[in-house]
Design a protein around this ligand. Structure first.
Ligand code: UDP
Ligand code: MG
Length: 335
Protein backbone atom coordinates (compact mmCIF):
# COMPACT_ATOMS: atom_id res chain seq x y z
CA UNK A 1 0.00 0.00 0.00
CA UNK A 2 2.72 2.37 1.06
CA UNK A 3 4.74 1.40 -1.97
CA UNK A 4 1.78 2.12 -4.22
CA UNK A 5 1.41 5.59 -2.69
CA UNK A 6 5.07 6.30 -3.22
CA UNK A 7 4.80 5.13 -6.83
CA UNK A 8 1.73 7.32 -7.38
CA UNK A 9 3.37 10.43 -5.95
CA UNK A 10 6.48 9.73 -8.00
CA UNK A 11 4.36 9.53 -11.13
CA UNK A 12 2.60 12.74 -10.22
CA UNK A 13 5.88 14.55 -9.71
CA UNK A 14 7.13 13.29 -13.01
CA UNK A 15 3.95 14.31 -14.84
CA UNK A 16 4.13 17.69 -13.20
CA UNK A 17 7.69 18.06 -14.39
CA UNK A 18 6.74 17.04 -17.88
CA UNK A 19 3.83 19.40 -17.79
CA UNK A 20 6.13 22.28 -16.89
CA UNK A 21 8.69 21.35 -19.53
CA UNK A 22 8.48 23.01 -22.93
CA UNK A 23 6.83 20.99 -25.69
CA UNK A 24 9.43 19.70 -28.12
CA UNK A 25 8.92 20.31 -31.82
CA UNK A 26 9.84 16.75 -32.65
CA UNK A 27 9.78 13.41 -30.83
CA UNK A 28 11.74 10.53 -32.33
CA UNK A 29 10.50 7.12 -31.23
CA UNK A 30 12.97 4.27 -31.61
CA UNK A 31 11.76 0.73 -30.83
CA UNK A 32 14.72 -1.48 -29.99
CA UNK A 33 14.97 -5.19 -29.38
CA UNK A 34 18.50 -6.54 -28.91
CA UNK A 35 20.16 -3.62 -30.67
CA UNK A 36 23.18 -3.18 -28.39
CA UNK A 37 25.54 -2.53 -31.25
CA UNK A 38 23.23 -0.06 -32.98
CA UNK A 39 21.48 1.95 -30.32
CA UNK A 40 24.34 4.26 -29.32
CA UNK A 41 25.14 5.21 -32.87
CA UNK A 42 21.47 5.56 -33.73
CA UNK A 43 20.98 8.07 -30.90
CA UNK A 44 24.08 10.10 -31.75
CA UNK A 45 23.27 10.17 -35.47
CA UNK A 46 19.69 11.21 -34.82
CA UNK A 47 20.97 13.95 -32.54
CA UNK A 48 23.45 15.19 -35.17
CA UNK A 49 20.75 15.27 -37.85
CA UNK A 50 17.93 16.72 -35.79
CA UNK A 51 19.78 19.52 -33.97
CA UNK A 52 20.25 21.25 -37.33
CA UNK A 53 16.55 20.95 -38.12
CA UNK A 54 14.57 21.83 -35.00
CA UNK A 55 15.25 23.77 -31.81
CA UNK A 56 13.76 21.34 -29.31
CA UNK A 57 13.39 17.62 -29.67
CA UNK A 58 13.23 14.43 -27.63
CA UNK A 59 14.34 10.91 -28.43
CA UNK A 60 12.32 8.06 -26.94
CA UNK A 61 13.97 4.66 -26.97
CA UNK A 62 11.61 1.81 -26.17
CA UNK A 63 13.53 -1.25 -25.06
CA UNK A 64 11.28 -4.09 -26.14
CA UNK A 65 12.43 -6.84 -23.76
CA UNK A 66 16.03 -6.97 -24.96
CA UNK A 67 18.18 -9.74 -23.54
CA UNK A 68 21.44 -7.96 -24.31
CA UNK A 69 22.87 -4.63 -23.10
CA UNK A 70 20.59 -2.40 -25.20
CA UNK A 71 18.90 -0.98 -22.10
CA UNK A 72 22.04 -0.15 -20.16
CA UNK A 73 23.65 1.41 -23.22
CA UNK A 74 20.64 3.58 -23.86
CA UNK A 75 20.32 4.50 -20.18
CA UNK A 76 23.96 5.57 -20.09
CA UNK A 77 23.15 8.23 -22.69
CA UNK A 78 20.21 9.78 -20.86
CA UNK A 79 22.44 12.47 -19.34
CA UNK A 80 23.98 13.39 -22.69
CA UNK A 81 20.92 13.80 -24.90
CA UNK A 82 17.27 14.82 -24.53
CA UNK A 83 16.53 11.17 -24.21
CA UNK A 84 13.85 9.13 -22.49
CA UNK A 85 14.20 5.36 -22.22
CA UNK A 86 11.26 3.05 -21.56
CA UNK A 87 11.75 -0.57 -20.63
CA UNK A 88 8.86 -2.84 -21.52
CA UNK A 89 8.39 -5.70 -19.09
CA UNK A 90 9.04 -8.28 -21.84
CA UNK A 91 9.23 -8.53 -25.61
CA UNK A 92 5.85 -7.33 -26.87
CA UNK A 93 6.80 -6.89 -30.52
CA UNK A 94 7.62 -3.88 -32.63
CA UNK A 95 4.04 -2.69 -33.05
CA UNK A 96 3.55 -2.46 -29.29
CA UNK A 97 6.95 -0.88 -28.72
CA UNK A 98 5.99 1.83 -31.20
CA UNK A 99 2.70 2.39 -29.37
CA UNK A 100 4.50 2.67 -26.02
CA UNK A 101 6.73 5.34 -27.52
CA UNK A 102 3.86 7.21 -29.15
CA UNK A 103 1.90 7.25 -25.91
CA UNK A 104 4.64 9.01 -23.94
CA UNK A 105 5.79 11.25 -26.79
CA UNK A 106 5.10 14.96 -26.32
CA UNK A 107 6.34 16.50 -29.55
CA UNK A 108 4.18 18.53 -31.93
CA UNK A 109 5.25 15.98 -34.51
CA UNK A 110 6.54 12.46 -33.99
CA UNK A 111 8.92 10.40 -36.13
CA UNK A 112 9.20 6.62 -35.83
CA UNK A 113 12.61 5.22 -36.64
CA UNK A 114 14.21 1.77 -36.60
CA UNK A 115 17.27 1.35 -34.40
CA UNK A 116 19.31 -0.31 -37.14
CA UNK A 117 19.34 2.91 -39.21
CA UNK A 118 18.38 1.19 -42.42
CA UNK A 119 16.36 4.25 -43.26
CA UNK A 120 18.18 7.37 -44.48
CA UNK A 121 18.03 10.08 -41.82
CA UNK A 122 18.76 12.62 -44.53
CA UNK A 123 15.13 12.57 -45.60
CA UNK A 124 14.05 13.97 -42.21
CA UNK A 125 14.43 17.47 -43.64
CA UNK A 126 12.11 16.61 -46.56
CA UNK A 127 9.64 15.18 -44.07
CA UNK A 128 9.68 18.35 -42.01
CA UNK A 129 9.30 20.46 -45.13
CA UNK A 130 6.22 18.48 -46.18
CA UNK A 131 4.91 18.80 -42.62
CA UNK A 132 5.31 22.56 -42.78
CA UNK A 133 3.44 22.49 -46.10
CA UNK A 134 0.44 21.12 -44.23
CA UNK A 135 0.78 17.35 -44.53
CA UNK A 136 -0.19 15.64 -41.29
CA UNK A 137 1.51 12.34 -42.11
CA UNK A 138 4.65 12.00 -44.19
CA UNK A 139 5.43 8.34 -44.72
CA UNK A 140 8.26 6.62 -46.51
CA UNK A 141 8.07 3.64 -48.78
CA UNK A 142 10.69 1.53 -50.43
CA UNK A 143 11.58 2.53 -53.95
CA UNK A 144 12.31 -1.11 -54.75
CA UNK A 145 12.81 -4.50 -53.13
CA UNK A 146 15.67 -5.67 -55.28
CA UNK A 147 17.64 -6.79 -52.21
CA UNK A 148 14.96 -9.23 -51.07
CA UNK A 149 14.59 -12.82 -52.22
CA UNK A 150 11.94 -13.46 -54.88
CA UNK A 151 9.82 -15.55 -52.52
CA UNK A 152 9.59 -12.71 -49.98
CA UNK A 153 8.66 -10.22 -52.69
CA UNK A 154 5.93 -12.53 -53.96
CA UNK A 155 4.65 -13.09 -50.43
CA UNK A 156 4.52 -9.33 -49.78
CA UNK A 157 2.74 -8.60 -53.05
CA UNK A 158 0.17 -11.30 -52.38
CA UNK A 159 -0.34 -10.08 -48.82
CA UNK A 160 -1.08 -6.49 -49.86
CA UNK A 161 -3.39 -7.70 -52.65
CA UNK A 162 -5.39 -9.75 -50.12
CA UNK A 163 -5.29 -6.98 -47.54
CA UNK A 164 -6.64 -4.37 -49.90
CA UNK A 165 -9.32 -6.64 -51.38
CA UNK A 166 -12.60 -4.80 -50.89
CA UNK A 167 -11.09 -2.60 -48.17
CA UNK A 168 -12.48 0.86 -47.40
CA UNK A 169 -9.02 2.35 -47.14
CA UNK A 170 -6.09 1.31 -49.28
CA UNK A 171 -3.03 0.43 -47.28
CA UNK A 172 -0.06 1.48 -49.38
CA UNK A 173 2.20 -1.49 -50.12
CA UNK A 174 5.90 -1.09 -49.33
CA UNK A 175 5.24 1.69 -46.80
CA UNK A 176 7.51 1.73 -43.76
CA UNK A 177 7.00 2.56 -40.13
CA UNK A 178 9.55 5.34 -40.69
CA UNK A 179 7.23 8.33 -40.87
CA UNK A 180 6.46 11.73 -39.45
CA UNK A 181 3.06 12.26 -37.86
CA UNK A 182 1.36 15.34 -36.59
CA UNK A 183 0.22 15.30 -32.95
CA UNK A 184 -3.38 14.90 -34.14
CA UNK A 185 -2.47 11.67 -35.94
CA UNK A 186 -0.58 10.35 -32.92
CA UNK A 187 -3.49 11.15 -30.62
CA UNK A 188 -5.91 9.44 -33.01
CA UNK A 189 -3.70 6.32 -33.02
CA UNK A 190 -3.37 6.34 -29.23
CA UNK A 191 -7.14 6.71 -28.80
CA UNK A 192 -7.90 3.53 -30.74
CA UNK A 193 -9.03 0.88 -28.27
CA UNK A 194 -7.64 -2.24 -29.92
CA UNK A 195 -4.62 -3.77 -28.26
CA UNK A 196 -3.44 -6.23 -30.92
CA UNK A 197 -2.30 -3.82 -33.57
CA UNK A 198 -1.23 -3.85 -37.18
CA UNK A 199 0.28 -0.40 -37.39
CA UNK A 200 0.63 -0.16 -41.15
CA UNK A 201 -3.09 -0.65 -41.47
CA UNK A 202 -3.92 1.78 -38.68
CA UNK A 203 -1.80 4.56 -40.19
CA UNK A 204 -3.94 4.29 -43.30
CA UNK A 205 -7.17 3.84 -41.38
CA UNK A 206 -6.85 7.05 -39.34
CA UNK A 207 -6.59 9.01 -42.59
CA UNK A 208 -5.27 12.62 -42.50
CA UNK A 209 -3.46 14.46 -45.27
CA UNK A 210 -0.63 12.15 -46.22
CA UNK A 211 2.40 12.33 -48.45
CA UNK A 212 4.70 9.58 -49.61
CA UNK A 213 8.46 9.84 -49.87
CA UNK A 214 10.37 7.10 -51.69
CA UNK A 215 13.52 5.90 -49.98
CA UNK A 216 16.31 3.45 -50.63
CA UNK A 217 17.03 1.17 -47.68
CA UNK A 218 20.57 0.76 -46.48
CA UNK A 219 21.82 -2.55 -45.11
CA UNK A 220 21.31 -3.12 -41.38
CA UNK A 221 24.21 -1.58 -39.35
CA UNK A 222 24.78 -4.62 -37.13
CA UNK A 223 22.92 -7.79 -36.27
CA UNK A 224 20.16 -9.48 -38.21
CA UNK A 225 16.50 -8.74 -38.88
CA UNK A 226 14.11 -9.71 -36.09
CA UNK A 227 11.41 -10.54 -38.59
CA UNK A 228 11.88 -14.08 -39.70
CA UNK A 229 9.29 -15.88 -41.79
CA UNK A 230 7.26 -16.94 -38.77
CA UNK A 231 7.05 -13.36 -37.37
CA UNK A 232 6.09 -12.04 -40.79
CA UNK A 233 3.35 -14.68 -41.06
CA UNK A 234 1.98 -13.73 -37.64
CA UNK A 235 1.99 -10.06 -38.55
CA UNK A 236 0.30 -10.84 -41.86
CA UNK A 237 -2.41 -12.78 -40.02
CA UNK A 238 -2.96 -9.91 -37.57
CA UNK A 239 -3.19 -7.53 -40.53
CA UNK A 240 -5.67 -9.67 -42.41
CA UNK A 241 -7.90 -10.40 -39.44
CA UNK A 242 -7.99 -6.79 -38.30
CA UNK A 243 -8.53 -5.18 -41.68
CA UNK A 244 -10.57 -7.58 -43.79
CA UNK A 245 -13.86 -9.42 -43.51
CA UNK A 246 -13.85 -11.07 -46.92
CA UNK A 247 -12.20 -14.30 -45.65
CA UNK A 248 -15.26 -14.73 -43.41
CA UNK A 249 -17.77 -13.85 -46.05
CA UNK A 250 -16.39 -15.74 -49.02
CA UNK A 251 -17.66 -19.03 -47.55
CA UNK A 252 -21.23 -17.99 -48.23
CA UNK A 253 -20.36 -17.64 -51.90
CA UNK A 254 -18.36 -20.87 -51.95
CA UNK A 255 -21.20 -22.69 -50.16
CA UNK A 256 -23.77 -21.41 -52.63
CA UNK A 257 -21.59 -22.32 -55.60
CA UNK A 258 -20.99 -25.86 -54.33
CA UNK A 259 -24.72 -26.28 -53.59
CA UNK A 260 -25.66 -25.01 -57.07
CA UNK A 261 -23.13 -27.32 -58.73
CA UNK A 262 -24.43 -30.26 -56.67
CA UNK A 263 -28.02 -29.56 -57.79
CA UNK A 264 -26.95 -29.41 -61.44
CA UNK A 265 -24.90 -32.58 -61.04
CA UNK A 266 -27.76 -34.35 -59.23
CA UNK A 267 -30.21 -33.36 -61.96
CA UNK A 268 -27.82 -34.64 -64.60
CA UNK A 269 -27.48 -38.03 -62.81
CA UNK A 270 -31.29 -38.29 -62.47
CA UNK A 271 -31.79 -37.52 -66.16
CA UNK A 272 -29.11 -40.01 -67.19
CA UNK A 273 -30.68 -42.71 -65.02
CA UNK A 274 -34.11 -42.04 -66.52
CA UNK A 275 -32.80 -42.24 -70.09
CA UNK A 276 -30.21 -45.05 -69.78
CA UNK A 277 -31.64 -47.03 -66.86
CA UNK A 278 -30.04 -47.70 -63.44
CA UNK A 279 -26.60 -46.21 -63.20
CA UNK A 280 -23.70 -48.00 -61.51
CA UNK A 281 -22.94 -46.02 -58.33
CA UNK A 282 -19.78 -43.93 -58.78
CA UNK A 283 -17.79 -44.39 -55.58
CA UNK A 284 -14.90 -42.33 -56.84
CA UNK A 285 -17.15 -39.30 -57.35
CA UNK A 286 -18.54 -39.78 -53.87
CA UNK A 287 -15.13 -40.13 -52.29
CA UNK A 288 -13.80 -37.06 -54.10
CA UNK A 289 -16.84 -35.01 -53.06
CA UNK A 290 -16.52 -36.06 -49.42
CA UNK A 291 -12.83 -35.20 -49.28
CA UNK A 292 -13.32 -31.92 -51.06
CA UNK A 293 -16.19 -30.83 -48.85
CA UNK A 294 -14.38 -32.02 -45.70
CA UNK A 295 -11.36 -29.94 -46.66
CA UNK A 296 -13.46 -26.90 -47.54
CA UNK A 297 -15.30 -27.09 -44.22
CA UNK A 298 -12.11 -27.42 -42.18
CA UNK A 299 -10.54 -24.44 -43.92
CA UNK A 300 -13.64 -22.33 -43.35
CA UNK A 301 -13.83 -23.30 -39.68
CA UNK A 302 -10.11 -22.55 -39.36
CA UNK A 303 -10.54 -19.08 -40.80
CA UNK A 304 -13.50 -18.49 -38.53
CA UNK A 305 -11.25 -19.59 -35.68
CA UNK A 306 -8.66 -16.93 -36.57
CA UNK A 307 -11.25 -14.19 -36.27
CA UNK A 308 -12.71 -15.67 -33.09
CA UNK A 309 -9.20 -15.79 -31.61
CA UNK A 310 -8.79 -12.14 -32.46
CA UNK A 311 -12.11 -11.24 -30.86
CA UNK A 312 -11.11 -13.32 -27.81
CA UNK A 313 -7.81 -11.44 -27.57
CA UNK A 314 -9.54 -8.06 -27.66
CA UNK A 315 -12.37 -9.03 -25.31
CA UNK A 316 -9.89 -9.88 -22.56
CA UNK A 317 -9.00 -6.21 -22.59
CA UNK A 318 -5.37 -6.70 -21.62
CA UNK A 319 -3.08 -3.81 -22.46
CA UNK A 320 -0.87 -4.27 -25.50
CA UNK A 321 2.28 -3.67 -23.46
CA UNK A 322 3.48 -2.96 -19.93
CA UNK A 323 6.08 -0.31 -19.16
CA UNK A 324 8.35 -1.63 -16.43
CA UNK A 325 10.69 1.35 -16.10
CA UNK A 326 10.93 4.88 -17.41
CA UNK A 327 14.27 6.70 -17.44
CA UNK A 328 14.97 10.32 -18.21
CA UNK A 329 14.17 12.57 -19.78
CA UNK A 330 16.64 15.36 -19.77
CA UNK A 331 13.91 17.90 -20.07
CA UNK A 332 15.63 21.11 -21.03
CA UNK A 333 15.98 19.76 -24.57
CA UNK A 334 19.66 20.51 -24.80
CA UNK A 335 22.46 17.98 -25.08
N1 UDP B 1 11.95 -4.50 -32.94
C1 UDP B 1 11.29 -4.41 -31.72
N2 UDP B 1 10.70 -5.52 -31.19
C2 UDP B 1 10.72 -6.73 -31.84
C3 UDP B 1 11.37 -6.81 -33.08
C4 UDP B 1 11.97 -5.67 -33.61
O1 UDP B 1 11.26 -3.33 -31.12
O2 UDP B 1 10.16 -7.69 -31.30
C5 UDP B 1 12.61 -3.30 -33.51
C6 UDP B 1 14.07 -3.52 -33.88
O3 UDP B 1 14.92 -3.37 -32.78
C7 UDP B 1 14.27 -2.44 -34.94
C8 UDP B 1 12.91 -2.37 -35.62
O4 UDP B 1 11.98 -2.96 -34.72
O5 UDP B 1 14.57 -1.20 -34.36
C9 UDP B 1 12.90 -3.10 -36.96
O6 UDP B 1 13.38 -4.41 -36.79
P1 UDP B 1 14.26 -5.16 -37.88
O7 UDP B 1 15.35 -4.25 -38.38
O8 UDP B 1 14.70 -6.45 -37.30
O9 UDP B 1 13.19 -5.39 -39.03
P2 UDP B 1 13.32 -5.24 -40.62
O10 UDP B 1 14.20 -4.07 -40.89
O11 UDP B 1 13.89 -6.52 -41.08
O12 UDP B 1 11.92 -5.02 -41.05
MG1 MG C 1 15.81 -3.35 -40.09
Amino acid sequence: MKQERIAASYRLAKDFNLWKAPIPTLSIVIPAHNEERNIGEAISRVHAEVTCLVDLYEIIVVDDGSTDTTLSRAKALVADYPLRVLRLSRNFGKEQAIMAGLKVSRGKAVVILDADLQEPLSCLSDMLKAYEDGYEMVYTSRAHRADEPRSKRLFTRLFYKLLNLGADVTIPPDSRDFRLMDRRVVDALCDLPESNRFMKGLYGWVGFRSKEIKIELEPRMHGTSKFRLIELMKLALTGLTSFTTWPLRMWTLIGFSIAALSIVYGAWIAARTLVFGIDVPGWSTLAAAIFLLGGVQLVSVGILGEYVARVFGEVKGRPGFIVAEDFGPNLDGSP
